[in-house]
Design a protein around this ligand. Sequence first.
Ligand SMILES: O=C(O)[C@H](O)[C@@H](O)[C@H](O)[C@H](O)COP(=O)(O)O
Length: 230
Amino acid sequence: MMQLTQFSNTSALNDAFASRLVSILQQAIAERGEAYLVVSGGKTPQALFNTLSQVDLAWDKVTVLLADDRWLDAHQTDSNERLVKATLLQNNAKAARFISLYANVASAFDGVAQVLPRITPLPTFDAVILGMGEDGHTASLFPCSEQIKHGLADNAPAVLAVQPQTAPYQRMSLSLPRLLNSRNIFLHLVGSNKLAVLNKAMAEQDVLAMPIRAFLHHPVAQVTVMYTEN
Ligand SMILES: O=C(O)[C@H](O)[C@@H](O)[C@H](O)[C@H](O)COP(=O)(O)O
């Protein structure tokens, strides 16, 4: 199920989104003593990360991880880990714990053995922030990849290695069931081209053609779309 929340500009969206996330994380800390926040890389969330990094929160009780990363060491420009460390894990949020999806081996496929034990034991997440590509991928669940059925399967492991055919780098991605195991799921979209992709995803059901549909059409999960045109 999908609920669309529309904002008049990026800063209104980021302010509202940051306060919503803060109340979710605060409630988690109050109830369970810790909070788990899953974020996406790419261009869309960068300004949100900056806003979020400055909020007043018991960040030392928050664990941050990525929905997916490119198989690059954390010093390389296109690494999502680099991005999160440079934008989100700054200011107050520097105190948060970060769990990496990377290991220093040549291939993501070889890295699964090291990354899986970091993610499998984690409890239900408090918030997952997804992004979406113009081909309908989310996290690194790419429609073009050989691994897509594996990543969308009900019994998929928490993480899997993915080789996209239409995007650079091997990826490490959380699977559909691991991402769905969250108290709150958001989809963060900026720009009318992303709204057009969302509308296309809503219009039909084929999840292998557009993996984001597995979230949007899920019979139980509620996906809150945070959207602004610019
Ligand atoms: O590693 C990644 O690239 C992401 O996590 C990916 O799923 C991203 O969210 C979308 O591709 C949207 O990317 P943009 O925000 O750059 O449009």
